[in-house]
Ligand binder design. Structure first.
Ligand SMILES: Nc1ncnc2c1ncn2[C@@H]1O[C@H](COP(=O)(O)OP(=O)(O)O)[C@@H](O)[C@H]1O
Ligand SMILES: C[C@@](O)(CCOP(=O)(O)O)CC(=O)O
Ligand SMILES: [Mg+2]
Length: 314
């Protein structure tokens, strides 16, 4: 038996980082995806062609390759197998339409896909809520810090508003259109999250105020998306980017792109996801695509996808 889980990747429209501290957020699934295929094997094998592993060590006597980096990047998959007590050995193949760690929720997709496919392979029927919850717990365990935004968005699919307080979400029925692309990233989301945590400890009051404003912007943005008021929404994207700059999670190149976008009168642009480079989103326009390409960004297919993880037996 072979089971395949196709997981849509996601963009964060508003509230990244603040959502970790129980403020609201808005995210949506897009046409880019990551597939996890699980099939019979006599031992556990993980194959992921898009991963670049550096610093391998070769034991010439046993012809065995060892890599601390491989262990680290495959920890998301390992912890899923561990959760299911590694009940049956399997071959796990992971294919993604984008590179790993670009602010599009690839970490969550690897977890959601492996939870969905491996549980099905084991004959365990999980509903979406169970897949999302297990996946969130695993992301939190591996990274030490994580909100439920990415795992829930990719499990359920669509454009989703996460309520403040860390519980509850609403799906918003809309045909929102974005232009998006990603640039080089200097850190993983986990590393950025820990940097933000340190900043929070340094000055709790200022930090909390910034997060409150991000929360207010997110709540206003929710109404503007429903009203299709893209002028004001775009303005709030610039404001959200500025607040992310103040949290230290943008990058010089991302700031330059967003500033240039403003100068070109593009309606709205901001960094999306973990930051330190990675994904940038703008209200859809030809000018935004030209701008992103001029910075060698890889344009992503940001068509809103309304369905979440899809499991099939092949
Ligand atoms: N195709 C893949 N195969 C295996 N693991 C992956 C893949 N893509 C992402 N990952 C895991 O997710 C990590 C990236 O997480 P993160 O920095 O949060 O990226 P993103 O912002 O895209 O979610 C990688 O270091 C790796 O551990
Ligand atoms: C920064 C954060 O809000 C989003 C991270 O998104 P990504 O892993 O960069 O796609 C973290 C989280 O919500 O867990
Ligand atoms: Mg991630």
């Amino acid at each position: 038996m072979r089971v395949e889980a196709k997981v849509p990747l996601k963009l964060t429209l508003f509230g990244e980082h603040a959502v970790v501290y129980d403020r609201p957020a808005i995210a949506m699934t897009i046409s880019e995806s990551l597939k996890v295929r699980v099939s019979e094997s006599d031992r556990f094998l993980i194959i992921s062609p898009s991963l670049n592993i550096r610093g391998v060590k070769l034991d010439l006597n046993e012809m065995k390759i060892e890599s601390d980096e491989a262990k680290k990047v495959l920890r998301y998959v390992f912890e899923v197998l561990n959760y299911f007590e590694m009940k049956k050995p399997v071959k796990i193949e992971i294919d993604s339409t984008v590179e790993p760690s670009v602010g599009l929720g690839t970490s969550a997709a690897v977890i959601v896909g492996t939870v969905a496919a491996y549980s099905k392979y084991l004959g365990i029927d999980l509903n979406r809520d169970e897949i999302a919850k297990i996946s969130h717990d695993i992301e939190l365990k591996v990274q030490g810090i994580a909100s439920r935004m990415d795992t829930y968005t990719e499990t359920y699919g669509g454009l989703i508003y996460f309520l403040p307080g860390g519980e509850g979400f609403e799906r918003i029925d809309t045909n929102f259109e974005l232009t998006a692309g990603y640039i080089r990233r200097s850190m993983s989301t986990a590393d950025v999250l820990w940097r933000v945590r340190k900043l929070k400890e340094l000055n709790k009051e200022v930090f909390d105020n910034i997060l409150d404003v991000i929360g207010e912007i997110t709540n206003r943005a929710k109404s503007l998306i429903i009203e299709q008021n893209y002028e004001e929404l775009g303005l709030l994207m610039y404001v959200n980017h500025g607040l992310l700059f103040s949290l230290g999670i943008t990058s010089p190149e991302a700031d330059e792109i967003v500033s240039r976008a403003k100068q070109l009168r593009i309606k709205g642009c901001k960094i999306s996801g973990g930051g330190a480079g990675g994904s940038i989103i703008c209200i859809k326009s030809v000018e935004a695509e030209v701008l992103l390409k001029s910075y060698n960004a890889r344009i992503v297919n940001s068509t809103l996808i309304k369905d979440g993880v899809d499991i099939s037996i092949i």
